[in-house]
Design a protein around this ligand. Structure first.
Ligand code: GLC
Ligand code: CA
Length: 558
Protein backbone atom coordinates (compact mmCIF):
# COMPACT_ATOMS: atom_id res chain seq x y z
CA UNK A 1 0.00 0.00 0.00
CA UNK A 2 1.23 3.52 -0.69
CA UNK A 3 0.66 5.16 2.63
CA UNK A 4 2.99 8.08 1.85
CA UNK A 5 0.36 9.88 -0.17
CA UNK A 6 -2.07 9.66 2.72
CA UNK A 7 -3.27 13.09 3.85
CA UNK A 8 -4.73 12.99 7.35
CA UNK A 9 -8.34 14.17 7.36
CA UNK A 10 -9.26 17.04 9.69
CA UNK A 11 -11.18 14.59 11.88
CA UNK A 12 -7.89 12.97 12.88
CA UNK A 13 -7.25 16.04 14.99
CA UNK A 14 -10.36 15.55 17.13
CA UNK A 15 -9.54 14.57 20.71
CA UNK A 16 -11.54 11.29 20.58
CA UNK A 17 -9.32 9.98 17.80
CA UNK A 18 -7.08 7.35 19.41
CA UNK A 19 -8.33 8.35 22.89
CA UNK A 20 -8.47 6.02 25.86
CA UNK A 21 -11.61 6.78 27.86
CA UNK A 22 -11.81 5.47 31.43
CA UNK A 23 -15.30 4.72 32.71
CA UNK A 24 -15.92 5.47 36.37
CA UNK A 25 -18.95 4.08 38.16
CA UNK A 26 -18.99 6.84 40.75
CA UNK A 27 -20.50 4.80 43.62
CA UNK A 28 -17.57 2.42 43.41
CA UNK A 29 -14.42 4.39 42.64
CA UNK A 30 -13.43 6.32 45.78
CA UNK A 31 -15.33 7.32 48.88
CA UNK A 32 -14.09 10.59 50.40
CA UNK A 33 -16.39 10.98 53.42
CA UNK A 34 -16.65 7.52 54.93
CA UNK A 35 -20.25 6.67 54.01
CA UNK A 36 -19.21 3.64 51.96
CA UNK A 37 -20.27 5.21 48.66
CA UNK A 38 -17.93 6.73 46.12
CA UNK A 39 -18.27 10.42 45.30
CA UNK A 40 -16.96 13.27 43.15
CA UNK A 41 -14.38 14.45 45.68
CA UNK A 42 -13.15 10.85 45.79
CA UNK A 43 -12.64 10.88 42.03
CA UNK A 44 -10.68 14.13 42.35
CA UNK A 45 -8.43 12.49 44.94
CA UNK A 46 -7.52 9.79 42.45
CA UNK A 47 -6.64 11.93 39.46
CA UNK A 48 -2.91 11.35 39.96
CA UNK A 49 -3.54 7.69 39.37
CA UNK A 50 -5.56 8.26 36.20
CA UNK A 51 -2.99 10.66 34.88
CA UNK A 52 -0.18 8.17 35.52
CA UNK A 53 -2.21 5.43 33.85
CA UNK A 54 -2.25 7.74 30.86
CA UNK A 55 -5.93 7.85 29.99
CA UNK A 56 -7.07 10.72 27.79
CA UNK A 57 -10.59 11.08 29.13
CA UNK A 58 -12.92 10.05 31.91
CA UNK A 59 -16.56 9.11 31.52
CA UNK A 60 -18.52 9.22 34.76
CA UNK A 61 -21.74 7.21 35.05
CA UNK A 62 -24.72 9.27 36.32
CA UNK A 63 -24.31 11.44 39.42
CA UNK A 64 -27.59 13.39 38.99
CA UNK A 65 -30.11 13.71 41.81
CA UNK A 66 -31.89 10.38 41.90
CA UNK A 67 -33.79 8.10 44.25
CA UNK A 68 -31.14 5.54 43.16
CA UNK A 69 -33.55 2.76 42.24
CA UNK A 70 -31.26 2.13 39.25
CA UNK A 71 -28.31 3.87 40.92
CA UNK A 72 -28.56 7.13 39.07
CA UNK A 73 -30.02 5.94 35.76
CA UNK A 74 -33.31 7.14 37.25
CA UNK A 75 -32.76 10.89 37.08
CA UNK A 76 -34.93 13.30 39.06
CA UNK A 77 -33.10 16.47 37.96
CA UNK A 78 -30.92 16.71 34.86
CA UNK A 79 -29.07 19.83 35.99
CA UNK A 80 -27.66 19.03 39.39
CA UNK A 81 -25.60 16.57 41.45
CA UNK A 82 -27.02 14.12 43.97
CA UNK A 83 -25.90 14.95 47.54
CA UNK A 84 -24.56 11.38 47.85
CA UNK A 85 -22.00 12.28 45.19
CA UNK A 86 -21.42 15.91 46.22
CA UNK A 87 -22.43 19.29 44.86
CA UNK A 88 -22.37 21.11 41.58
CA UNK A 89 -19.32 22.96 42.89
CA UNK A 90 -17.59 19.64 43.52
CA UNK A 91 -18.33 18.81 39.90
CA UNK A 92 -16.97 22.17 38.70
CA UNK A 93 -13.77 21.60 40.65
CA UNK A 94 -13.41 18.08 39.34
CA UNK A 95 -13.94 19.23 35.77
CA UNK A 96 -11.40 22.02 36.13
CA UNK A 97 -8.83 19.68 37.57
CA UNK A 98 -9.38 16.96 34.98
CA UNK A 99 -9.04 19.46 32.15
CA UNK A 100 -6.14 21.21 33.88
CA UNK A 101 -4.29 17.92 33.65
CA UNK A 102 -4.93 17.73 29.94
CA UNK A 103 -7.65 15.09 30.20
CA UNK A 104 -11.24 15.31 29.01
CA UNK A 105 -14.43 14.64 30.93
CA UNK A 106 -17.62 13.22 29.51
CA UNK A 107 -20.78 12.59 31.46
CA UNK A 108 -23.62 10.12 31.17
CA UNK A 109 -26.84 11.45 29.72
CA UNK A 110 -30.06 9.50 30.19
CA UNK A 111 -32.61 10.71 27.64
CA UNK A 112 -35.05 7.81 27.43
CA UNK A 113 -36.55 8.00 30.89
CA UNK A 114 -36.59 10.03 34.08
CA UNK A 115 -37.23 8.91 37.62
CA UNK A 116 -40.83 8.77 38.88
CA UNK A 117 -39.56 11.41 41.29
CA UNK A 118 -38.84 13.92 38.52
CA UNK A 119 -41.13 16.98 38.73
CA UNK A 120 -42.19 16.43 35.13
CA UNK A 121 -43.50 12.98 35.93
CA UNK A 122 -45.14 13.98 39.17
CA UNK A 123 -47.14 16.65 37.35
CA UNK A 124 -47.75 14.46 34.32
CA UNK A 125 -49.21 11.72 36.53
CA UNK A 126 -51.43 14.08 38.47
CA UNK A 127 -54.19 14.54 35.87
CA UNK A 128 -55.10 13.99 32.25
CA UNK A 129 -54.76 17.63 31.50
CA UNK A 130 -51.66 19.47 32.67
CA UNK A 131 -48.56 21.11 31.27
CA UNK A 132 -46.65 17.81 31.21
CA UNK A 133 -49.59 15.52 30.44
CA UNK A 134 -48.04 14.37 27.18
CA UNK A 135 -44.39 14.26 28.30
CA UNK A 136 -44.52 10.54 29.07
CA UNK A 137 -46.09 7.61 27.25
CA UNK A 138 -49.57 7.17 28.67
CA UNK A 139 -52.04 4.64 27.27
CA UNK A 140 -55.49 3.38 28.05
CA UNK A 141 -55.85 -0.26 29.05
CA UNK A 142 -56.09 -2.95 26.41
CA UNK A 143 -59.48 -2.60 24.66
CA UNK A 144 -60.32 -6.22 25.51
CA UNK A 145 -59.93 -5.69 29.24
CA UNK A 146 -62.76 -4.73 31.59
CA UNK A 147 -62.83 -1.48 33.58
CA UNK A 148 -62.67 -3.51 36.84
CA UNK A 149 -59.66 -5.49 35.68
CA UNK A 150 -57.56 -3.36 33.33
CA UNK A 151 -54.76 -5.08 31.46
CA UNK A 152 -51.72 -3.50 29.77
CA UNK A 153 -52.12 -2.09 26.25
CA UNK A 154 -49.63 -4.55 24.75
CA UNK A 155 -47.07 -7.24 25.58
CA UNK A 156 -43.96 -5.06 25.84
CA UNK A 157 -41.48 -5.98 28.56
CA UNK A 158 -39.25 -4.04 30.91
CA UNK A 159 -35.60 -4.66 30.06
CA UNK A 160 -34.49 -4.78 33.69
CA UNK A 161 -36.87 -7.36 35.11
CA UNK A 162 -38.56 -8.90 32.05
CA UNK A 163 -42.03 -8.11 33.43
CA UNK A 164 -44.67 -5.94 31.77
CA UNK A 165 -43.32 -2.55 30.69
CA UNK A 166 -46.63 -0.93 31.69
CA UNK A 167 -47.55 0.35 35.13
CA UNK A 168 -51.07 1.34 36.13
CA UNK A 169 -51.73 4.80 37.49
CA UNK A 170 -54.85 5.08 39.59
CA UNK A 171 -55.20 8.87 39.14
CA UNK A 172 -55.09 9.02 35.35
CA UNK A 173 -56.58 5.54 35.08
CA UNK A 174 -54.00 4.88 32.45
CA UNK A 175 -50.80 2.92 32.06
CA UNK A 176 -47.40 4.54 31.64
CA UNK A 177 -44.60 2.87 29.74
CA UNK A 178 -41.30 2.03 31.41
CA UNK A 179 -38.86 0.27 29.12
CA UNK A 180 -36.66 -0.24 32.20
CA UNK A 181 -37.71 -0.30 35.87
CA UNK A 182 -41.19 0.93 36.80
CA UNK A 183 -39.40 3.75 38.64
CA UNK A 184 -38.07 4.89 35.22
CA UNK A 185 -41.00 6.12 33.09
CA UNK A 186 -40.17 6.63 29.40
CA UNK A 187 -40.24 10.20 28.14
CA UNK A 188 -42.32 10.85 25.04
CA UNK A 189 -39.64 11.80 22.51
CA UNK A 190 -42.25 12.55 19.87
CA UNK A 191 -43.11 15.60 21.91
CA UNK A 192 -41.00 18.54 20.76
CA UNK A 193 -41.20 20.15 24.21
CA UNK A 194 -39.56 17.07 25.71
CA UNK A 195 -36.80 17.19 23.14
CA UNK A 196 -36.26 20.87 23.76
CA UNK A 197 -36.02 20.31 27.52
CA UNK A 198 -33.43 17.57 26.99
CA UNK A 199 -31.44 19.79 24.65
CA UNK A 200 -31.45 22.48 27.32
CA UNK A 201 -30.07 19.97 29.80
CA UNK A 202 -27.27 19.10 27.39
CA UNK A 203 -26.49 22.79 26.98
CA UNK A 204 -26.39 23.23 30.72
CA UNK A 205 -23.47 20.78 30.98
CA UNK A 206 -21.79 21.99 27.81
CA UNK A 207 -21.91 25.53 29.21
CA UNK A 208 -20.19 24.21 32.32
CA UNK A 209 -17.49 22.89 30.01
CA UNK A 210 -17.95 19.11 29.71
CA UNK A 211 -16.30 17.45 26.71
CA UNK A 212 -19.26 15.33 25.73
CA UNK A 213 -21.72 12.65 26.67
CA UNK A 214 -22.28 8.95 26.80
CA UNK A 215 -25.91 8.64 25.76
CA UNK A 216 -27.85 5.94 27.55
CA UNK A 217 -30.17 3.33 26.05
CA UNK A 218 -30.84 5.07 22.74
CA UNK A 219 -32.76 2.26 21.00
CA UNK A 220 -35.76 2.95 23.22
CA UNK A 221 -36.12 6.57 22.15
CA UNK A 222 -38.37 5.53 19.27
CA UNK A 223 -40.98 2.79 19.19
CA UNK A 224 -43.79 1.64 16.97
CA UNK A 225 -46.26 4.54 16.86
CA UNK A 226 -49.14 2.08 16.74
CA UNK A 227 -47.84 0.16 19.76
CA UNK A 228 -48.17 -3.30 18.25
CA UNK A 229 -47.11 -6.33 20.27
CA UNK A 230 -43.51 -7.47 20.09
CA UNK A 231 -43.10 -10.82 18.32
CA UNK A 232 -42.07 -13.95 20.23
CA UNK A 233 -38.38 -14.78 20.12
CA UNK A 234 -38.02 -18.23 18.51
CA UNK A 235 -34.55 -18.61 20.05
CA UNK A 236 -35.72 -18.12 23.63
CA UNK A 237 -34.82 -20.94 26.01
CA UNK A 238 -36.46 -20.85 29.41
CA UNK A 239 -33.98 -20.94 32.29
CA UNK A 240 -31.08 -19.93 30.03
CA UNK A 241 -32.21 -16.58 28.70
CA UNK A 242 -33.59 -13.76 30.81
CA UNK A 243 -37.36 -13.17 30.92
CA UNK A 244 -36.83 -10.17 28.71
CA UNK A 245 -35.54 -12.36 25.89
CA UNK A 246 -38.95 -14.05 25.51
CA UNK A 247 -39.73 -11.39 22.91
CA UNK A 248 -37.93 -9.71 20.06
CA UNK A 249 -38.06 -6.00 20.78
CA UNK A 250 -38.70 -4.85 17.25
CA UNK A 251 -41.75 -2.75 18.07
CA UNK A 252 -40.90 -1.57 21.56
CA UNK A 253 -37.52 -0.16 20.46
CA UNK A 254 -35.26 0.70 17.56
CA UNK A 255 -37.67 2.60 15.32
CA UNK A 256 -35.95 4.85 12.76
CA UNK A 257 -36.98 8.15 14.38
CA UNK A 258 -34.27 7.53 16.97
CA UNK A 259 -31.58 8.54 14.47
CA UNK A 260 -33.35 11.84 13.87
CA UNK A 261 -33.54 12.46 17.62
CA UNK A 262 -29.84 11.71 18.00
CA UNK A 263 -29.02 13.87 15.00
CA UNK A 264 -30.73 16.79 16.76
CA UNK A 265 -28.59 16.17 19.82
CA UNK A 266 -25.49 16.02 17.63
CA UNK A 267 -26.39 19.41 16.18
CA UNK A 268 -26.02 20.90 19.62
CA UNK A 269 -22.50 19.53 19.93
CA UNK A 270 -21.65 20.86 16.49
CA UNK A 271 -23.04 24.28 17.41
CA UNK A 272 -20.58 27.15 16.98
CA UNK A 273 -20.83 27.88 20.68
CA UNK A 274 -19.16 24.57 21.52
CA UNK A 275 -17.52 23.16 18.43
CA UNK A 276 -14.09 24.60 19.19
CA UNK A 277 -13.84 22.27 22.20
CA UNK A 278 -14.93 19.37 19.96
CA UNK A 279 -17.53 17.85 22.28
CA UNK A 280 -18.35 14.29 21.34
CA UNK A 281 -21.09 11.80 22.16
CA UNK A 282 -21.03 8.01 22.27
CA UNK A 283 -24.37 6.26 22.02
CA UNK A 284 -25.24 3.07 23.86
CA UNK A 285 -27.02 0.48 21.71
CA UNK A 286 -26.42 -3.27 21.66
CA UNK A 287 -26.79 -4.32 18.03
CA UNK A 288 -28.79 -7.20 16.76
CA UNK A 289 -26.18 -9.95 16.68
CA UNK A 290 -27.38 -11.20 13.33
CA UNK A 291 -25.87 -8.22 11.59
CA UNK A 292 -23.91 -5.96 13.90
CA UNK A 293 -22.13 -4.06 11.12
CA UNK A 294 -25.45 -2.96 9.66
CA UNK A 295 -26.65 -1.92 13.11
CA UNK A 296 -23.52 0.17 13.76
CA UNK A 297 -23.59 1.75 10.32
CA UNK A 298 -27.15 2.98 10.83
CA UNK A 299 -25.77 5.31 13.52
CA UNK A 300 -22.87 6.55 11.43
CA UNK A 301 -25.26 7.22 8.57
CA UNK A 302 -27.93 8.87 10.68
CA UNK A 303 -25.92 10.97 13.15
CA UNK A 304 -23.12 13.42 12.26
CA UNK A 305 -19.94 11.32 12.66
CA UNK A 306 -17.86 14.42 13.33
CA UNK A 307 -19.41 14.61 16.78
CA UNK A 308 -20.90 11.18 17.47
CA UNK A 309 -20.21 7.46 17.34
CA UNK A 310 -22.05 4.37 18.55
CA UNK A 311 -20.32 2.14 21.06
CA UNK A 312 -18.81 -0.89 19.44
CA UNK A 313 -19.74 -3.78 21.74
CA UNK A 314 -18.17 -6.69 19.83
CA UNK A 315 -15.60 -7.02 22.63
CA UNK A 316 -18.54 -7.96 24.84
CA UNK A 317 -20.26 -10.36 22.53
CA UNK A 318 -18.02 -11.86 19.83
CA UNK A 319 -16.60 -15.27 20.72
CA UNK A 320 -12.83 -15.20 21.35
CA UNK A 321 -11.97 -16.77 18.00
CA UNK A 322 -9.57 -15.54 15.36
CA UNK A 323 -12.03 -16.08 12.51
CA UNK A 324 -14.86 -14.12 14.15
CA UNK A 325 -12.60 -11.14 14.78
CA UNK A 326 -11.01 -11.31 11.33
CA UNK A 327 -14.43 -11.20 9.67
CA UNK A 328 -15.78 -8.53 11.94
CA UNK A 329 -12.78 -6.18 11.81
CA UNK A 330 -12.64 -6.42 8.02
CA UNK A 331 -16.27 -5.77 7.37
CA UNK A 332 -16.68 -3.11 10.03
CA UNK A 333 -13.59 -1.05 9.21
CA UNK A 334 -14.19 -1.35 5.47
CA UNK A 335 -17.71 -0.05 6.00
CA UNK A 336 -16.43 2.82 8.16
CA UNK A 337 -13.75 3.82 5.67
CA UNK A 338 -16.34 3.72 2.90
CA UNK A 339 -18.80 5.85 4.74
CA UNK A 340 -16.93 8.95 5.85
CA UNK A 341 -13.39 9.71 7.06
CA UNK A 342 -14.86 11.10 10.29
CA UNK A 343 -16.46 7.79 11.34
CA UNK A 344 -14.78 6.77 14.58
CA UNK A 345 -14.80 3.27 16.05
CA UNK A 346 -15.49 3.19 19.79
CA UNK A 347 -14.59 -0.13 21.38
CA UNK A 348 -15.77 -1.15 24.86
CA UNK A 349 -14.89 -4.62 26.20
CA UNK A 350 -16.59 -4.11 29.54
CA UNK A 351 -18.93 -1.77 31.40
CA UNK A 352 -21.11 -1.53 34.49
CA UNK A 353 -23.77 -3.79 32.96
CA UNK A 354 -21.66 -6.71 31.75
CA UNK A 355 -19.47 -9.42 33.29
CA UNK A 356 -15.85 -8.34 33.64
CA UNK A 357 -13.36 -9.45 30.97
CA UNK A 358 -11.10 -11.30 33.40
CA UNK A 359 -14.10 -13.37 34.56
CA UNK A 360 -15.36 -14.05 31.06
CA UNK A 361 -12.04 -15.05 29.55
CA UNK A 362 -9.64 -15.86 32.41
CA UNK A 363 -6.43 -13.89 32.95
CA UNK A 364 -4.35 -15.01 29.99
CA UNK A 365 -6.97 -14.20 27.39
CA UNK A 366 -8.05 -11.05 29.22
CA UNK A 367 -4.47 -9.81 28.85
CA UNK A 368 -4.52 -10.58 25.14
CA UNK A 369 -7.86 -8.82 24.85
CA UNK A 370 -6.21 -5.76 26.43
CA UNK A 371 -3.50 -5.83 23.76
CA UNK A 372 -6.14 -6.09 21.08
CA UNK A 373 -8.42 -3.40 22.45
CA UNK A 374 -5.62 -0.90 23.00
CA UNK A 375 -4.27 -1.41 19.48
CA UNK A 376 -7.60 -1.10 17.65
CA UNK A 377 -8.49 2.09 15.78
CA UNK A 378 -10.62 4.83 17.22
CA UNK A 379 -11.68 5.51 20.75
CA UNK A 380 -11.17 2.89 23.44
CA UNK A 381 -13.46 2.78 26.47
CA UNK A 382 -12.13 0.86 29.42
CA UNK A 383 -14.05 0.16 32.62
CA UNK A 384 -12.50 0.94 36.01
CA UNK A 385 -10.63 -2.06 37.42
CA UNK A 386 -10.09 -3.69 34.03
CA UNK A 387 -6.53 -2.43 34.29
CA UNK A 388 -6.12 -4.52 37.48
CA UNK A 389 -7.66 -7.67 36.05
CA UNK A 390 -10.56 -7.17 38.47
CA UNK A 391 -13.01 -10.07 38.44
CA UNK A 392 -16.74 -10.21 39.10
CA UNK A 393 -17.42 -10.03 42.83
CA UNK A 394 -19.39 -12.66 44.73
CA UNK A 395 -22.52 -11.02 46.10
CA UNK A 396 -24.31 -12.91 48.91
CA UNK A 397 -28.10 -12.90 48.44
CA UNK A 398 -28.75 -10.45 51.28
CA UNK A 399 -26.36 -7.92 49.71
CA UNK A 400 -27.93 -7.85 46.25
CA UNK A 401 -28.66 -4.24 45.24
CA UNK A 402 -29.17 -4.29 41.47
CA UNK A 403 -32.87 -3.74 40.60
CA UNK A 404 -32.43 -6.17 37.69
CA UNK A 405 -31.30 -9.00 39.99
CA UNK A 406 -33.94 -8.12 42.59
CA UNK A 407 -36.64 -8.14 39.88
CA UNK A 408 -35.49 -11.45 38.43
CA UNK A 409 -34.41 -13.60 41.39
CA UNK A 410 -31.82 -16.24 40.63
CA UNK A 411 -29.92 -14.08 38.12
CA UNK A 412 -26.58 -12.61 39.18
CA UNK A 413 -27.46 -9.15 37.91
CA UNK A 414 -24.93 -6.36 37.69
CA UNK A 415 -23.65 -5.95 41.24
CA UNK A 416 -20.67 -8.30 40.64
CA UNK A 417 -19.19 -5.84 38.13
CA UNK A 418 -19.76 -2.81 40.35
CA UNK A 419 -17.69 -3.75 43.41
CA UNK A 420 -15.31 -1.16 44.90
CA UNK A 421 -12.16 -0.20 43.07
CA UNK A 422 -9.18 -2.05 44.51
CA UNK A 423 -6.55 0.46 45.60
CA UNK A 424 -4.65 -1.11 48.47
CA UNK A 425 -4.32 -4.24 50.61
CA UNK A 426 -6.41 -2.68 53.39
CA UNK A 427 -9.72 -4.25 54.49
CA UNK A 428 -11.83 -1.96 52.35
CA UNK A 429 -9.14 -1.78 49.64
CA UNK A 430 -8.47 1.90 50.30
CA UNK A 431 -11.86 2.63 48.75
CA UNK A 432 -13.47 3.63 52.02
CA UNK A 433 -12.94 3.62 55.76
CA UNK A 434 -16.24 1.79 56.32
CA UNK A 435 -17.94 -1.21 54.77
CA UNK A 436 -18.68 -0.21 51.17
CA UNK A 437 -22.14 -0.35 49.59
CA UNK A 438 -21.11 -3.58 47.82
CA UNK A 439 -18.57 -6.04 49.24
CA UNK A 440 -15.02 -5.98 47.89
CA UNK A 441 -14.07 -8.93 45.67
CA UNK A 442 -12.26 -11.96 47.05
CA UNK A 443 -9.16 -11.25 44.95
CA UNK A 444 -8.73 -7.69 46.15
CA UNK A 445 -5.83 -8.46 48.49
CA UNK A 446 -3.57 -9.32 45.56
CA UNK A 447 -5.28 -7.49 42.73
CA UNK A 448 -4.93 -3.88 43.65
CA UNK A 449 -3.05 -0.79 42.61
CA UNK A 450 -0.61 -1.00 45.52
CA UNK A 451 0.54 -4.55 44.77
CA UNK A 452 0.35 -4.33 41.01
CA UNK A 453 2.29 -1.13 40.62
CA UNK A 454 5.29 -2.90 42.10
CA UNK A 455 5.07 -5.81 39.66
CA UNK A 456 6.32 -5.18 36.15
CA UNK A 457 4.28 -8.08 34.77
CA UNK A 458 0.98 -7.20 36.41
CA UNK A 459 -2.21 -6.29 34.57
CA UNK A 460 -1.65 -2.72 35.67
CA UNK A 461 1.85 -2.65 34.18
CA UNK A 462 0.48 -4.14 30.96
CA UNK A 463 -2.28 -1.53 30.64
CA UNK A 464 0.04 1.34 31.53
CA UNK A 465 2.54 0.16 28.94
CA UNK A 466 -0.09 -0.31 26.21
CA UNK A 467 -1.68 3.08 26.83
CA UNK A 468 1.74 4.68 26.60
CA UNK A 469 2.44 2.89 23.31
CA UNK A 470 -0.87 4.05 21.93
CA UNK A 471 0.12 7.62 22.70
CA UNK A 472 3.70 7.29 21.50
CA UNK A 473 3.01 5.62 18.15
CA UNK A 474 0.72 7.67 15.89
CA UNK A 475 0.03 4.53 13.86
CA UNK A 476 -1.63 2.99 16.94
CA UNK A 477 -3.78 6.00 17.66
CA UNK A 478 -4.54 7.35 14.18
CA UNK A 479 -3.56 4.61 11.77
CA UNK A 480 -5.69 2.70 9.31
CA UNK A 481 -6.22 -0.99 10.00
CA UNK A 482 -5.45 -3.77 7.54
CA UNK A 483 -6.38 -7.28 8.60
CA UNK A 484 -3.81 -9.68 7.13
CA UNK A 485 -4.41 -13.04 5.54
CA UNK A 486 -2.45 -15.69 7.36
CA UNK A 487 -2.21 -19.43 6.98
CA UNK A 488 -2.66 -19.95 10.72
CA UNK A 489 -6.28 -20.41 11.66
CA UNK A 490 -5.77 -19.38 15.31
CA UNK A 491 -3.91 -16.19 14.47
CA UNK A 492 -5.35 -12.75 14.00
CA UNK A 493 -2.83 -10.28 12.60
CA UNK A 494 -3.40 -6.68 11.64
CA UNK A 495 -1.33 -3.72 10.59
CA UNK A 496 -1.92 -0.22 11.83
CA UNK A 497 -0.43 2.33 9.46
CA UNK A 498 -0.06 6.09 9.66
CA UNK A 499 2.07 8.05 7.21
CA UNK A 500 5.12 5.83 6.71
CA UNK A 501 5.06 3.93 10.00
CA UNK A 502 3.35 0.61 10.65
CA UNK A 503 2.74 -1.49 13.72
CA UNK A 504 1.90 -5.16 13.48
CA UNK A 505 -0.34 -6.80 16.08
CA UNK A 506 -0.41 -10.60 16.24
CA UNK A 507 -2.81 -12.46 18.50
CA UNK A 508 -2.79 -16.18 19.20
CA UNK A 509 -6.35 -17.32 19.93
CA UNK A 510 -5.31 -20.95 20.38
CA UNK A 511 -3.96 -23.15 23.17
CA UNK A 512 -0.74 -24.03 21.28
CA UNK A 513 2.51 -22.19 20.77
CA UNK A 514 2.69 -20.90 17.19
CA UNK A 515 5.60 -19.58 15.15
CA UNK A 516 4.51 -17.52 12.19
CA UNK A 517 6.23 -15.38 9.66
CA UNK A 518 5.10 -12.27 7.88
CA UNK A 519 6.26 -10.43 4.78
CA UNK A 520 7.73 -7.62 6.89
CA UNK A 521 10.92 -6.86 8.69
CA UNK A 522 10.24 -6.83 12.41
CA UNK A 523 12.12 -3.72 13.49
CA UNK A 524 11.21 -3.75 17.12
CA UNK A 525 9.03 -5.67 19.53
CA UNK A 526 6.90 -3.27 21.55
CA UNK A 527 4.75 -5.40 23.83
CA UNK A 528 3.68 -8.88 24.81
CA UNK A 529 0.49 -9.75 26.66
CA UNK A 530 2.50 -12.11 28.88
CA UNK A 531 5.85 -10.47 29.54
CA UNK A 532 4.58 -6.87 28.98
CA UNK A 533 7.93 -5.42 27.92
CA UNK A 534 9.75 -7.51 25.35
CA UNK A 535 12.78 -9.38 26.67
CA UNK A 536 14.81 -8.62 23.55
CA UNK A 537 14.33 -7.23 20.12
CA UNK A 538 13.47 -9.75 17.40
CA UNK A 539 16.46 -11.33 15.77
CA UNK A 540 14.59 -12.63 12.74
CA UNK A 541 11.30 -12.45 10.97
CA UNK A 542 9.56 -15.17 12.93
CA UNK A 543 6.92 -14.29 15.51
CA UNK A 544 6.72 -16.88 18.27
CA UNK A 545 3.61 -16.74 20.41
CA UNK A 546 2.90 -18.77 23.54
CA UNK A 547 -0.68 -20.07 23.94
CA UNK A 548 -3.12 -17.12 23.86
CA UNK A 549 -0.29 -14.62 23.71
CA UNK A 550 -0.32 -11.44 21.67
CA UNK A 551 2.51 -9.19 20.61
CA UNK A 552 2.99 -5.80 19.01
CA UNK A 553 5.85 -4.85 16.67
CA UNK A 554 7.14 -1.94 14.66
CA UNK A 555 7.57 -3.28 11.12
CA UNK A 556 8.82 -2.10 7.76
CA UNK A 557 8.48 -3.51 4.24
CA UNK A 558 10.95 -6.31 3.45
C1 GLC B 1 -28.29 1.47 30.25
C2 GLC B 1 -27.37 1.55 31.45
C3 GLC B 1 -27.92 0.67 32.53
C4 GLC B 1 -29.28 1.18 32.93
C5 GLC B 1 -30.19 1.29 31.70
C6 GLC B 1 -31.39 2.13 32.01
O1 GLC B 1 -28.28 0.23 29.68
O2 GLC B 1 -26.07 1.23 31.09
O3 GLC B 1 -27.07 0.60 33.64
O4 GLC B 1 -29.87 0.31 33.85
O5 GLC B 1 -29.56 1.89 30.60
O6 GLC B 1 -31.02 3.48 32.13
CA1 CA C 1 -19.06 9.07 49.94
Amino acid sequence: MDSRSFQPHHCVRRWPEGAVVYQIYPRSFQDSNGDGIGDLIGIRQRLNYLEALGVSAIWISPFYPSPMVDFGYDVSDYCNVDPIFGTLDDFRMLLAEVQGRGMRLIIDFVPNHTSVEHEWFKVSASSLDNEYADWYIWKDPHPDSSPEKPSPPNNWLDALTGRSAWEWNTVRKQYYLHSFHKAQPDLNWKNREVRRAMHDAMRFWLDLGVDGFRIDAVYWLAKDPSFRDDPLNPEYVEGIHSFYDRLQHTNSSGWPALYAYLAEMAEILADDAYRKRQPFMITEAYPDQHNPVEAYMAFYEGVNPEVAAPFNFEGLSLPWQAASWRDFLRSFHDALADQDPCCLASYAFGNHDKPRIASRFGDTIARSAAVMQLTLPGMICMYYGEELGMTNGGIPPHKVRDPGAIGEPGTIGRDPMRTPMQWTTETFTGFSTTAPWLPVTATSSTRNVQVESGDEKSFLSLYTHLIKLRKTYPCLSYGTITVLDTQYSDILAYLRTFEDRSCLVVINFGPKEISCDFPFTLDQELASSISVMPASNPANAVVVLAPYESKVFVVSPK
